[in-house]
Design a protein around this ligand. Structure first.
Ligand code: F55
Length: 839
């Protein structure tokens, strides 16, 4: 039989297999077959969802062929493998991305059109798996794409939440949360693997005893047990045969654990136990900043980590490798501290379950793990009350105490007579109520620690992890984030992709540095015009979406000025609003004033319990209501809040942006990744010297970046010397007018109470220095408006921004991780391989 390959992608001259063939006619046949045999439908009865499912299954068959070959080769070769541990994977819809990575998007689009259907409409049907909050979860997804594209053996390990991030509705300007039932219509991209289920213990106590050989042993006697069932999703690389695996765990009640309750007639009690078990993977915690110390959250973390490590041991044993080679077979990356309990769990598995010595187990553990930190906010550092921790994980608490004793001895030797250092560095915070400090556990248990942008890594070393940097300077590294150009350019911006490819060929898709060749075209009038036309068409598409969903007509000739990210005070959506209100006040004072027309677009969710963030959403919608209706504005300003910002919507937004708002207080945003996606699509950035903005500006050139605001250093200095926001209010008439307008009830039907918390927080605290940066921001926005009036200059800058984004491909990030942390090499996958065909 024939197996398709990239050498002969169309299999010309063969009779193609309906499940692997890639020619347009075979794809069409497969689609119709699935409609009939999988969905049980024919044309007259088929819904758009039936068509989507039929196509998804046709594509899934093509993935499976690659997936099976990949697994077979990794198994036969015992390849060194990266395990990316993350509580979140924000994958976005799979179908379009798989069509791109299989390189059959256009063929399928054509085939679908020949059947009288529209591919775009079918793609719209896919409910995206929103198993993440924001940047951290999306980064994990981009990294899986790059790992597969670079042919690195890898597994993503996480939780298959039944409910992902909530859907956001807007009612009367307020955010309302709706549960995300993403599995409602089934998920064609996953395969359950119940044969690889594992058991996870919870609660109870430990028993210390002497075994039959006179050896001292410890046994964990849990009071609950849950079963983890893995669900696998193939992750296809771009233009390669590699298909890696995302393995997500669902919690179920074990068949047998509560037999006692059953047998004693307590049927309801036993069923209750089952419900409790299944709660573990029920819902994603919707906070992207603070950790609330909830027991269920720690249970989720431990559950997926234990399942994953047990699964890895199964794989290792299956390949007849000894446990002593665990760290040679696997490199585990901890995506923030959410999976940091893995350090104690691997110790437990090696020592208690596999009888290894403490020292051997510790050496393997440290050589296995590496830790990525994603935050500088103190409230985001995870800590668990010792009491709570011990009630769920009694054995792990013992292990952590033992680790801590040994670790503090090391600290004592390196820094004698320094008690305050010992208490600062301890794995247990004993300053008041006692807590387990997860970041400290991650630092001690890992051989590498990295930040996600150059500035962030420096600030970690100087501040948040200062003591650990002094203790282990060699562990610290920077790995600046990146984004995948497949989803965020090729899939989401096909017109720009085609224009770029027509000039420089298509190898930039896997080697983003080649975009630099576009610089030669930056001043070419014809190219400039094509570039502008594409941006204009993308803006028209977004305008149509806005009209459909918000009922607002926006002008595609205005500047599309976009701020899209989670709502948080440090991200300063409110500063953007102060600019909007300032422009509006100028118009009200002088209706004929010349203003470059702008459409301000916001998108983003607020954590359901974050009052201030939700109030800012309400304020945006309230300001929008007034400005969009005021005839004096004459359409020069429009304000739009797009509800339910997610990966799908992000893919519409980036291609249509002129201006990307990256305006966090310097020193607060670890990296940002939206900043990269906007610039890749030709938006110019207005931003502070924060996170990866610093490096973006370095790459595109200061003259092609709108910089404003205090530096991180200046922010620290100001805070230290006693910052008084009131001084700015008193001395700046426009700022005062903007805040007074908001406080006066002008945007709230005369209600002076509604926005008082927002205004008061700025006047009396202003933790994030909005007032200090206000004038600099306003002046910078003035420059933006002027620059936009010179379309040739703007287009030149836009082209250079995209052309210089090479560094920010997640392929570059992953290559750096592979070389400097994981020490792992690519493995090439062929489709004609004996491992599969022989058996
Ligand atoms: C989720 C849950 C908790 Cl408990 C804490 C944080 C989060 C979360 O989603 N964090 C997050 O998204 N952090 C972001 O990570 C990005 C990727 O590194 C960075 O670009 C961004 O600066 C950072 O805020």
């Amino acid at each position: 039989l024939q197996y398709n390959s990239f050498e002969d992608p169309r299999c010309e001259g063969y009779l193609e297999d309906g499940r692997t063939g890639m020619s347009p006619s075979t794809l069409k046949r497969a689609f119709l077959n699935n409609l009939f045999y999988v969905q049980g439908k024919f044309k007259a009865l088929a819904t758009p969802n039936d068509y989507y499912m039929a196509l998804a299954y046709a594509i899934r068959d093509r993935l499976l062929q690659r997936w099976i070959n990949t697994a077979a080769i990794y198994t036969a070769q015992g390849s060194r493998t990266v395990a990316y541990f993350s509580a979140e994977f924000l994958m976005g819809p799979h179908l379009g991305n798989n069509l791109i990575n299989l390189d059959i998007y256009k063929d399928v689009e054509k085939g679908i059109a020949e059947m009288g259907l529209n591919l775009g409409e079918l793609l719209e049907q896919e409910e995206e798996p929103g198993l993440g909050n924001g940047g951290l979860g999306r980064l994990a997804a981009c990294y899986l794409d790059s790992l597969a594209t670079l042919e690195i053996p890898s597994l993503g390990y996480g939780i298959r939440y039944e409910f992902g991030i909530f859907d956001q509705e807007i009612e009367d300007g307020w955010q309302v949360e709706i549960t995300d039932k993403w599995l409602r219509f089934g998920n064609p991209w996953e395969i359950a693997r119940p044969e690889w289920a594992v058991e996870v213990k919870l609660g109870g106590h430990t028993d210390h005893y002497v075994d039959d050989h006179g050896r001292y042993r410890i046994r964990w006697v849990p009071d609950q047990q849950v079963t983890g069932i893995p669900y696998d999703t193939p992750i296809l690389g771009c233009q390669t045969n590699t298909a890696n695996t995302l393995r997500l765990w669902t919690a179920e009640a074990p068949e047998s654990f509560n037999f006692n309750a059953f047998n004693s007639g307590d049927y309801l009690g036993a069923v209750y136990e089952k419900v409790v078990s299944e709660n573990i993977s029920k819902v994603l915690y919707p906070n992207d900043d603070s950790s609330q110390g909830k027991k269920l959250r720690l249970t989720q973390q431990y559950f997926f980590v234990s399942c994953s490590l047990q699964d890895m041991i199964r794989i290792l044993v299956g390949q007849e490798l000894p446990l002593e080679k665990f760290h040679e077979k696997f490199a585990v990356q901890l995506n923030d501290t959410h999976p940091a309990i893995a350090v104690a769990e691997l110790m437990r598995l090696l020592i208690d379950m596999h009888h290894m010595s403490w020292d051997s187990a510790w050496s393997i553990t440290q050589r296995t793990f590496a830790y990525t930190n994603h935050t500088l906010l103190p409230e985001a550092l995870e800590r668990w009350p010792v009491e709570l921790f011990g009630s769920l994980l009694p054995r792990h608490l013992e292990i952590i105490y033992e680790l801590n004793d040994r670790f503090l001895d090391e600290v004592r030797i390196k820094f004698p007579e320094d008690d305050s250092r010992l208490s600062r560095m301890s794995l247990i915070d004993e300053s008041g109520e006692r807590y387990v400090r997860m970041a400290h556990l991650a630092c001690v248990g890992s051989h590498a620690i990295n930040g996600v942008a150059a500035l962030h890594t420096e600030l970690l070393k100087q501040d948040v992890l200062y003591d650990f940097y002094q203790m282990y300077p060699g562990k610290f590294q920077n790995k600046t984030n990146g984004v995948t150009p497949r989803r965020f350019m090729v899939l989401s911006n096909p017109a720009l992709t085609e224009l770029v490819t027509s000039k420089i060929g298509d190898t930039w898709i896997k080697n983003l540095g080649e975009l630099q060749k576009l610089e030669a075209w930056a001043d070419n009038p014809e190219f400039q015009q094509q570039w502008r036309q594409i941006k204009q068409a993308n803006k028209q598409e977004l305008a149509a979406y806005i009209q459909k969903h918000n009922g607002i007509i926006v002008d595609p000739n205005s500047i599309f000025d976009i701020l899209a990210k989670r709502f948080h005070e440090y991200k300063r959506q409110y500063l953007d609003l102060l600019h909007i209100v300032t422009l509006y006040n100028r118009i009200k004072a002088n209706p004929d004033i010349e203003i470059t027309p702008r459409t301000f677009i916001f998108g983003g969710k607020a954590a359901p319990g974050y009052f201030m963030a939700k109030l800012i959403i309400k304020l945006i919608n309230s300001v929008a209501d007034v400005i969009n209706r005021d005839p004096d504005v004459r359409g020069r300003l429009k304000v739009v809040f797009l509800k339910n910002y997610n990966v799908k919507l992000a893919q519409r937004i980036y291609p249509a942006a002129d201006l990307s708002e990256q305006i966090s207080t310097a020193g607060k945003e670890a990296s940002g990744t939206g900043n990269m996606k906007f610039a890749l699509n030709g938006a110019l950035t207005i931003g502070t010297l924060d996170g990866a903005n610093v490096e973006i500006r370095e790459e595109v050139g200061a003259e092609n970046f709108f910089l404003f605001g205090l530096t991180a250093e200046q922010v620290y200095a100001k805070r230290a010397s006693g910052y008084n926001p009131m001084e700015y209010y008193n001395s700046n008439a426009e700022l005062r007018l903007a805040l007074d307008r908001i406080a006066s009830g002008f945007f709230s039907h005369g209600d002076t109470e509604l926005f008082k918390p927002l205004v008061d927080s700025l006047l009396h605290h202003d933790q994030y220095f909005l007032l200090a940066d206000y004038q600099s921001y306003i002046d910078c926005q003035e420059q933006v408006g002027l620059a936009y009036r010179d379309q040739d200059r703007w287009t030149h800058m836009s082209i250079l921004n995209a052309a210089r984004m090479g560094k920010f491909s997640s392929d570059r990030s992953i290559q750096d991780y592979c070389r400097e942390i994981w020490k792992v090499e690519p493995v090439t996958i062929t489709l004609e391989n004996s491992e599969v065909t022989d058996s």
